[in-house]
Ligand binder design. Structure first.
Ligand SMILES: [Zn+2]
Length: 133
């Protein structure tokens, strides 16, 4: 999952799109008793600007499966999340850094997977938890 900025610049190819499947590390799932089921699908577009900064817009899509956070029944939910980031060849606090040659999307994708996770996974939207009556 790399964007070869220098090469693309040489070819005057300043915009493009990409799509790939990514198998995230298991510790990217923060919810207890849950996991990211299968691969994460990533699709996006990039634009290389004149100052060598690169704007990347991408969507991560995946299934979260595991136990309902309230009642422990089996639960599954599809997550879709869009991210709009900027890669810069000089480090700053707000953007992702790259070396001016090529961008590795891994950190931005991992961040998007983390940010996109809900606080709870529910078997159904109105789950009331374990029925104790
Ligand atoms: Zn439930």
């Amino acid at each position: 999952m790399e964007i070869e900025v220098k090469k693309l610049n040489a070819k005057k190819q300043y915009v493009g799109s990409f799509g790939f499947d990514y198998q995230p590390a298991s510790n990217l799932c923060l919810l207890p008793l849950c996991k990211i089921d299968g691969a994460v699908r990533i699709e996006g577009e990039f634009e290389i600007y004149e100052d060598d900064t690169v704007g990347v817009i991408f969507t991560v899509k995946y299934f979260l499966t595991g136990k309902c956070s309230y009642c422990l029944s089996d639960a599954k939910r599809e997550i879709s999340f869009s991210s709009d980031v900027l890669f810069v060849p000089e480090k700053d606090d707000d953007n992702y850094y790259y070396d001016g040659f090529k961008i590795n999307l891994k950190t931005a994708v991992d961040d998007a997977i983390l940010i996109s996770q809900p606080g709870v996974l529910l078997c159904k939207e109105d789950c009331n938890g374990i029925d104790v009556t």
